[in-house]
Every structure is written in C-alpha cells, then in structure tokens.
Design a protein around this ligand. Structure first.
Ligand code: DAH
Length: 338
C-alpha cells in the first residue's frame, strides 16, 4: 500500500492545473466521496493492526498533501480571475500615433501622379543655384527686376550663388543634360526675399513642367492644362488663359480655373468666378538655343505652379503660413490620407 501511496503522490506532483475546470476534475478524482483518498481510507481499514501502524501516518500525509495542492491551486486561480475581472475590456486600445503626410506632399504627389499618367517623368535640381540657371539661361535681361536683391536671397555676390527663386532653373538643368523629346515635371522648394504674410512666404514650393519635341504647339499646352485641371479640381472645371509675360516663354499666359461658386462670385474668387493657378507659355526660342537645343527643329511648352497656392484652393485654407508652422492641430487633420 505504501508504494501505491507514493505512486499517487508522484502522479499529483507531475500535474499542472491551469484552470478552474481542471481543478474541479482534480477535486472529483482525489477528494470527492468516491475519490481516491476515500478509497485509500477504506482499504486502510481492512489492513491488519501491525501494518496500520506503519501505513497510518503515510495515509494522513497523502491526504494533507492532496488538500494542500488543491487549496494552493484554488487560491492562485481565483487571484488570476479576479485580476482579469479588474480589467475594463470595454476601454479603447492604446492609441498609436501614426503621423500623417504633410498636405504639401499630398498635393505634390497627386499632381505628380496626374502628369505621370500623361507620360511626364519626375526630376529635381539643386536649391542652391547660380545666376545662369535661375536667370540668364532663362532669357532674363540683366536689368530684370526679378534679379533684384529684394527678391533673391544671395549666398555669395561674386561669383553669384543664390537660392533659386523658381523651379524654372531645373528646366535649364534638364535641357543641359537631355536631348529632346523631353517631357518632365520638376517639383521643389523655392525661396524669395519677401515679407511673410497670409498670402506670401519667403519659401514655398512649385512644380515646373517642360515638354520639348518637334511640332509642340500651344494647343498641346492648353489641352494638357485642361486635362490637369479636370483631373485635379473635378471634371466640370473650366480653364481660361490670360495673356501674360515671362522672359522664358513667348507667348506667355496665366491660367485660371473656374471657381466652385459657378461664377456667382464668392470671397475665394473675389467675385470674379475665376482662380489663378499657374503661369505657362511656349518656351522662348532663345532659351532653347542657350541650352543647345535647335529652336528651328524643336519647340516646347513650359508651365509652373505654386503648390501652396493649389493646396490653399484644395483645402480652402486662408493663410499660407500654416503650411510651414508644423502645428499638429492642423497637420493631424491629414492623418490617413495617402
Ligand atoms: N517661374 C514662374 C514663377 O515663378 C512660373 C512659370 C511661369 C513657370 C511660366 C513656367 C512658365 O515654366 O512657363 O512665377
């Protein structure tokens, strides 16, 4: 009988009880009326008195052991369940701040994607430039006011190193390095020495477009810009071109899109029904020739738009400064937009 008791003790020691249900199975097996411990007591009664003396303490030991195992497990398990009950499972999970793309990047990516679909590839150029790429190669006469200290940030006076005032400089970089046909858009940051206000900033972003090939016409330019306006601002958008002047394009135009107020007039369009979005024109033959592209063989169009300007219209924002202030109350409104 002693070896039977030892065996039972070993069996119990090797058991792991992990739930209330398992504990109940344990209780029924060992401690219930018909359980093992009662059976051992029954068998014990039948032993001759000599053996009873020897086996008695062992039987009691076994009973204590089983009861201890039972109560210890019971205490542990009830503690765990009460911990679980203390947790409020209806609380929302921990918030993971995933950040958001900057609205200027969102607008830039969307514009890039539209021109990508028309076969334009994307390229960029340096923000620190020289006079040649920003002005001279773009046909700016030496006395042109845009070269004025008021507009341009100078890094070095001689030789003249400046911060680019427009992404048109990348047109020159592209023409230097690429043979036509050229069909590219060039997004980037530009700098101007201007007073910071709700409508202008000393740095902002532009997207430049350039298409050079044989027989490129003004009609191609118009159609491309109409496609862009409809894709970006909605299929019912109309455009109008107003004659303008840029040194590097001839003829030049400024492009307006129809305002959502449908010509009724609103604050945004200042009651004109139209919103200016970009400048454009046919690349001046001088510019082609300066950059070793034969203007008798090739023609091209170019356009340039301010990304902040497009973003103001898109998100109906009134103050350009908000795009560079990094105010999370503004930026977090773009969470989840890709
Ligand atoms: N570079 C001009 C600006 O910053 C915008 C512009 C106008 C770009 C006409 C062009 C263009 O490519 O053809 O105001």
């Amino acid at each position: 009988m002693i070896s039977q008791i030892n065996q039972i003790q070993q069996d119990i020691a090797s058991q792991i009880i992990t739930s209330i249900d398992e504990l109940e199975v344990f209780r029924i097996k060992y401690l219930s009326k018909k359980g093992i411990i009662n059976q051992i007591f029954e068998d014990f009664k039948l032993l001759p008195p000599e053996e009873k003396k020897q086996v008695g303490p062992k039987v009691n030991e076994l009973k204590d052991y089983i009861t201890d195992v039972y109560t210890n497990n019971k205490n542990n398990l009830s503690q765990e369940t009460s911990n679980i009950n203390k947790q409020d499972l209806s609380l929302p999970g921990d918030f993971q701040n995933t950040g958001s793309r900057h609205p200027i990047s969102l607008v830039k990516n969307e514009i890039n994607a539209i021109f990508n679909r028309l076969g334009f590839t994307i390229t960029d150029g340096p923000e620190i430039e020289d006079d040649w790429h920003v002005f001279s190669a773009l046909n700016f006469p030496p006395e042109h006011p845009a070269r004025d200290m008021q507009d341009t940030f100078f890094i070095n006076k001689t030789p003249e190193i400046i911060l680019r005032t427009h992404t048109s400089s990348v047109q020159v970089r592209v023409m230097e390095n690429t043979k036509p046909p050229i069909r590219m858009i060039m997004p980037g940051r530009v700098y101007r020495n201007e007073a910071i206000s709700a409508r202008s900033h000393c740095f902002f972003h532009q997207i430049e477009g350039l298409y050079i090939d044989k027989d490129v016409s003004f009609a191609d330019l118009k159609q491309t810009l109409l496609f862009f306006a409809k894709e970006y601002f909605g299929s019912s958008t109309k455009i109008r071109l107003r004659p303008s002047y840029f040194p590097f394009t001839e003829p030049s135009a400024e492009v307006d899109i129809s305002c959502n107020c449908n010509g009724k007039g609103c604050n945004l369009c200042k009651y004109t029904g139209w919103l200016e979005i970009l400048g454009c024109g046919m690349v001046d033959p001088n510019v082609l020739d300066y950059n070793n592209i034969d203007s008798k063989l090739y023609s091209g169009y170019a356009f340039g738009m301010g990304i902040e300007r497009i973003a103001l219209l898109k998100y109906n924002v009134k103050d350009i400064r908000i795009y560079s202030e990094n105010d999370v109350r503004f930026l977090s409104q773009f969470t989840g937009v890709i």
